[in-house]
Design a protein around this ligand. Structure first.
Ligand SMILES: [Ca+2]
Length: 468
């Protein structure tokens, strides 16, 4: 059990274990967070968590898609073990989740907002969730036995509901509250308050905006998630007449990104409301606050929107963690952590032993400043969902601090290999470059090892690696 200073002497038993406030956005890229040196927006409230705690620069998901990442977070296990490999698979209620264990250990548990695992989150004491993706304006919420429409904007309403739950919680118990925003998920509909932000701005294009995919496998050429593929629903208008294709692409990019950033501005305001609530109720010192997103997102990099790929922007998740007195303010950690680690980290702080079904590691030692002994030097990734709207071919791979190897094994059969030190933008696939033959072979061995360790039995259906 962790020791924590009581900030409320009238209820010392409630303070023995920290509260956990877990705030997760949907598709919020690191590139659009001030604390991650965003060049396109500011997020002063989200940044309060970073300045008061730790910013992780290498938190990565194991399957960059909403439902799979959420299932990995809840179960502490890879998609191959928790079963949620794609957007449509239900999380089997028999799979053990960390809120179940926290509840059994005496935590009061709640979840508000996007759930997306195709069953009721009945392991929580309290749940008030959006059906599937939910909508931005006048959203419907589901509670046990009821379906209710609320007037207003989804990000505000989710925060209102979280604050209301905190107000009426049983203060004799520690709490674990998951505040799951819909924003900034497609179709990026801002509220009135932020609708005019960036109106006169020209958001700069990222350096890989016009990636020609020339050294890549066919996977990049057959995808349907290019900026050009954004629909009228996405960008809310028809492009003005007379534009060249390049001008249409830039016009769509600006329309998409400005709405995306406006949605984030509301998330940031509402993160501020929750942090203010903790401050005003003397809860900040004994509450671990997390800000993350279920995965990253492309904001024009490689000419794309959406996620799915093992490339850097969708692989990485933002992760900011604050726990005053336990995490050094303004700390930065570059070690590999994954979404499968979240469950065991929370259990660790609650003094609960992790069950054998969990495959991650508590990163509490990292939070407490011990970075030297962290054993993980590579991460495993597997994206399964092919054939749906965005046509991203199934692939798995491994990333180390310097290299990334990707195996496309189904609709596309190919290897990709990137030297991230010399090619941080992942523009030069060197899978066929003889200069990399030895390290390529070594990385295929690492891949086989981490894949086996994850329990991933996906067969090697494709041909052998290319000759060197
Ligand atoms: Ca998502």
């Amino acid at each position: 059990m962790v020791s924590a200073q009581s900030s409320d002497p009238s209820a010392p038993h409630a303070q023995a274990r920290p509260n956990i406030l877990y705030i997760m956005a949907d598709d919020h890229a690191l590139q659009a967070i001030g604390a991650y040196a965003s060049t396109i927006n500011t997020t002063p409230n989200i940044d309060r968590i970073a300045t008061g705690g730790m910013r992780f620069t290498n938190c990565v998901c194991e399957n960059s898609l909403c439902a799979p990442s959420r299932a990995a977070i809840m179960t502490g296990s890879y998609s191959c073990r928790n079963g949620v490999i794609d957007l449509s698979t239900r999380l089997d209620p028999a799979k053990l989740t960390f809120p179940t264990l926290l509840r059994q250990a005496g935590y009061q548990t709640g979840i508000v907002g996007k759930w997306h695992l195709h069953r009721d989150p009945s392991e929580f004491d309290f749940w008030d969730i959006l059906p599937e993706q939910g909508v931005y304006h006048n959203p419907v919420f589901l509670t046990p036995g009821a379906k209710t429409k609320f007037p207003g904007y989804v990000t505000d309403i989710i925060t209102d509901k979280c604050i209301e739950w905190l107000e009426h919680r049983d203060a004799s118990k520690p709490f674990m509250l998951m505040c799951h925003h819909k924003a900034p998920h497609r179709p990026w509909e801002p509220d009135e308050k932020h609708a005019a932000m960036y109106e006169d701005a020209d958001i700069p294009e990222p350096p890989t905006f016009n990636d020609d995919y020339v050294t890549r496998s066919d996977a990049a050429r057959r995808q349907k998630m290019a900026i050009e593929d954004l629909t009228k629903t996405d960008v809310k208008q028809t492009p003005p007449p007379g534009l060249t294709p390049a001008e249409v692409k830039h016009w769509k990019y600006e329309r998409f990104l400005k709405d995306y950033l406006r949605c984030i501005a509301s998330v940031d305001d509402n993160v501020g409301r929750l942090l203010d609530y903790l401050d005003a109720h003397n809860l900040s010192d004994n509450t671990i606050v997390i800000y993350t997103s279920d995965q990253g997102f492309y904001l024009g990099e490689h000419g794309w929107f959406d996620k799915r790929w093992m490339y850097e922007q969708s692989l990485h998740m933002p992760l900011l963690v604050r726990y005053p007195g336990h995490i050094k303010p303004g700390a930065v950690c570059d070690r590999f952590v994954q979404n499968i680690d979240f469950a065991e980290t929370f259990l660790d702080y609650a003094g609960v032993a992790p069950p054998p079904s969990m495959q991650g590691m508590s990163f509490r030692p990292l939070l407490e400043g011990d970075h030297a002994d962290w054993p993980r030097d590579s991460i495993f990734y597997h994206y399964y969902e092919e054939g749906t709207e965005h046509h991203v071919a199934a692939h798995y791979g491994v990333r180390t601090d310097r290299y990334k190897i990707i195996r496309f094994y189904s609709e596309v059969h190919a290897w990709e290999f990137y030297d991230l030190q010399n090619d941080p933008h992942e523009l030069h696939n060197v899978a066929d470059d003889p200069a990399y033959a030895d390290v390529f072979k070594s990385m295929t061995e690492t891949l086989a090892h981490v894949k086996e360790r994850a329990g991933d039995m996906t067969p090697e259906t494709a041909e052998a690696p290319p000759p060197k």
